[in-house]
Design a protein around this ligand. Structure first.
Ligand code: GLU
Length: 449
């Protein structure tokens, strides 16, 4: 059976780093099994869903290199939910409920006050036909709950958490449909997972108790002959937290735009998020195939995965250090060629910093003040400069011989005069880029200052 995974964001905002991680893991799981990765837009909440977010989600996935193999939209599948709802109703698994939000809140408070778990008391389920008719005659439109089967514990083998067991009596019958007819998340998602043939549901551990409820929905839908399909496998990954160990507001709003602005490579973000929270080392792996090959749910830990910006920068730097010229080209300063890229690349954390280093080649540069002895040395350097195959090695070897200088005394004034800086890219690579005439002019200027 082909593995089918899905990423199911609600288009009520931009994707944040936690969503991106879930999308990536679903993509990796599908790719590893040679399966399909589907995008499902959970837009049943017409009021909060926005088309611009749907577009942003697609664009973000494209930027990340996580293109889906297909897309479904819940708002276009409403008649499916209607049919499933009718089937469940006929099977006695949904019932109308009439409590107002205030009444429910009051019940909750009383239960909590008595030290009881705030589980819905099924008062509406006990209403007689007559009671219901009276409510409706009063003009109270019902909302609808799914009736959990209390007979047996709900069990599943979770891909990350292992054996799971829930007592359905400890769960509230979930509201699946509002009084205005609109759908809550729970039923449409189960219907879609069956219709789309989803084999693996991989999502955050905040959905664990939803899974317990949805397993009963899947079973009920299959029993109601809604669709004879398999219940998917489930895996719930630990949540992503900031390095301080909490679910921060900042992480909740950190998305692709912010990463792009910080000039983070999608490969770096993907390499980090693929392995964060697993027992595999986070490595600067730019090749997707390697991440796919090594992806393994059994390495996922139960502890929250800690997201750290400095780690992302470290991975980004390492990815940039291996990046080919062609990949970086469009973002490099005018005139920077392959040799220029190779010269500056080891000094970059982000590709955008290439422009700063490139100024050392194209100038103008600001030289520091030199002492008299250094000036004489730099004048000798200007005279000794030649344009062979290896100008820097030739220059330093000849100056070492003629002046007896070595180490820092030899190299630092040359670097300062040629680039205006104490550190930077390898001079062996920079000097040929600066060129003989310009290099001589810089050395002479420093000697004469
Ligand atoms: N739209 C749901 C959410 O964003 C989907 C959850 C799921 O993966 O089933 O939380």
């Amino acid at each position: 059976m082909t593995t089918i995974t899905r990423f199911a964001p609600s288009p009520t905002g931009r994707l944040h780093v936690g969503n991106i991680r879930t999308a990536l893991h679903n993509w990796l799981l599908a790719r590893k099994a040679d399966g399909k990765f589907m995008l499902r837009i959970d837009d049943t909440d017409a009021e909060r869903s926005r088309e611009e977010y749907v577009e942003a989600i697609r664009a973000d996935l494209a930027w990340l290199g996580l293109a889906p193999d297909g897309e479904e939209r819940q708002s276009q599948r409403l008649e499916k939910y209607e049919a499933a709802f009718e089937a469940l109703k006929a099977a006695g698994r949904v019932y109308p409920a009439y409590e107002t939000a205030q009444e429910l809140e009051l019940k909750r408070k009383i239960q909590l006050g008595r030290g009881l778990p705030p589980i819905y008391d099924r008062a509406s389920l006990r209403l007689s036909e007559g009671d219901r008719a009276a409510k409706e005659a009063e003009g109270t439109a019902p909302h609808w709950r799914f009736k959990l089967d209390h007979e047996e514990p709900i069990r599943w083998e979770d891909g990350v958490r292992g054996q799971q067991k829930f007592d359905p009596a400890q769960l509230s019958d979930p509201v699946i449909r509002r009084a205005d007819g609109s759908w809550l998340y729970m039923l449409p998602s189960a219907v879609d997972d069956l219709d789309m043939g989803v084999t693996d549901v991989l999502r955050g551990e905040d959905h664990v108790s939803n899974t317990a409820v949805q397993i009963q929905m899947f079973t009920a839908l299959i029993a109601a002959a809604y669709r004879a399909q398999q219940i998917p496998r489930f895996a719930h990954e630990a949540l992503l937290v900031g390095k301080e160990g909490k679910l921060s507001k900042r992480l909740g709003s950190l998305g692709c735009d912010a990463f792009r602005e910080r000039d983070i490579e999608p490969e770096a973000l993907v390499a980090l998020l693929a392995r964060l929270g697993t027992s595999q080392p986070v490595e600067p792996i730019a090749h997707r195939a390697k991440l796919v090959e090594t992806f393994d749910l059994s390495t996922f830990g139960r502890a929250p995965a800690k997201f750290d910006d400095t780690e992302l920068d470290r991975i980004n730097a390492a990815i940039v250090h291996q990046m080919e010229f062609d990949h970086a080209r469009a973002r490099l300063p005018d005139g920077m060629d392959e040799a220029g890229w190779h010269a500056v690349r080891p000094n970059l954390t982000h590709v955008s910093e290439a422009a700063e280093w490139w100024k050392l080649v194209i100038g103008p540069i600001a030289q520091p003040e030199f002492g008299e002895e250094d000036k004489r040395f730099l004048a000798a350097a200007a005279a000794a400069l030649s344009c062979g195959e290896t100008p820097w090695q030739d220059l330093t070897a000849s100056l070492k011989e003629s002046t007896g200088r070595k180490g820092k005394e030899l190299f630092l004034p040359l670097r300062q005069a040629l680039t205006g800086m104490d550190h930077g890219p390898d001079m062996k690579e920079l000097l040929p880029l600066i060129g003989e005439a310009e290099a001589r002019a810089r050395l002479e200027r420093a000697a004469a200052s």
